[in-house]
Design a protein around this ligand. Structure first.
Ligand code: HEC
Length: 141
């Protein structure tokens, strides 16, 4: 199968997923309630050493990692479509991180196999894509 064909299949599947986003959203809200609480908590708390801190947007133009994730990454990374490493799957992400975090960042920014460049967020800055990755990694330990 050509790469183009695979990409078309993935894109179709993602559109199908987004079509029933109401259902997916409610599932995710339940599943991520704890994770969201954890993301909010570090304000004024001691940050554990080694923890990756994504700076939340404070009215500027930069979107937070969770915003970018929810808008652009969730459809593929909560379903594992086309072999996408799943949100929360620490084993899958540990395997990815073995190649070095800079490579993981650049693969997501430039695209690799079924992973489209910037995860389809074409107006995301590199920092916004990286914030989304850090958000996934923080919740996949
Ligand atoms: C169209 C589906 C799709 C979307 C949308 C998507 N991803 Fe992915 N992503 C994948 C797939 C499939 C892989 C596995 C690619 C491979 O290595 O074969 C992947 C892999 C990755 C990786 C691992 C790269 C590596 O070096 O192993 C990261 C990080 C990542 N995605 C981040 C994101 C972020 C951040 C977003 C949103 C901005 C996003 N993805 C949106 C499908 C998607």
């Amino acid at each position: 199968m050509s790469h183009l064909r695979i990409f078309a299949l993935i894109a179709t599947a993602c559109v199908a997923l987004m079509g029933c986003s109401a259902k997916e959203k409610s599932e995710l809200t339940a599943a991520q309630e704890a994770a969201v609480a954890e993301r909010i908590a570090p304000v004024g708390h001691v940050v554990k050493s080694g923890q990756v801190v994504a700076v939340a947007s404070t009215g500027g133009t930069e979107r937070s990692g969770s915003d970018v994730y929810g808008t652009n990454c969730m459809a593929c990374h909560t379903s594992g479509i086309a072999g996408a490493p799943m949100f929360g799957d620490s084993g899958a992400w540990a395997t990815r991180l073995a190649q070095g975090i800079e490579t993981v960042y650049s693969n997501a920014i430039n695209g690799i196999n079924g992973m489209p460049a910037r995860g389809t967020c074409m107006d995301c800055s590199d920092d916004e894509v990286i914030a989304a990755i850090n958000y996934i990694l923080d919740n996949s330990k």
